[in-house]
Design a protein around this ligand. Structure first.
Ligand SMILES: [Zn+2]
Ligand SMILES: [Zn+2]
Length: 69
């Protein structure tokens, strides 16, 4: 599912309600960690670093075993 469109629901500040957000084509090399999200209703672009937060958690979990060993 490399080419699947990522989507999430978020409180849109323009629509003032929960709307569906999708990730636009990223031209900045963020890849799957791209923090850019666009409201499918009004086109408002939001910057959300939820992907980065998940990556930090993964790093913590993976670094534990290597430190013990
Ligand atoms: Zn909106
Ligand atoms: Zn991006």
């Amino acid at each position: 599912m490399t080419d699947a469109t990522r989507e999430t629901t978020y409180q849109c500040p323009t629509c003032r309600r929960l709307e569906l957000f999708v990730q636009p084509q990223c031209d900045e090399g963020h890849g799957e960690a791209c923090p850019d999200w666009v409201c499918v209703i009004c086109g408002t672009a939001l910057f959300m670093d939820t992907s980065f937060a998940e990556q930090v958690e993964v790093e913590k979990i993976r670094s534990k075993p290597s430190r013990v060993a």
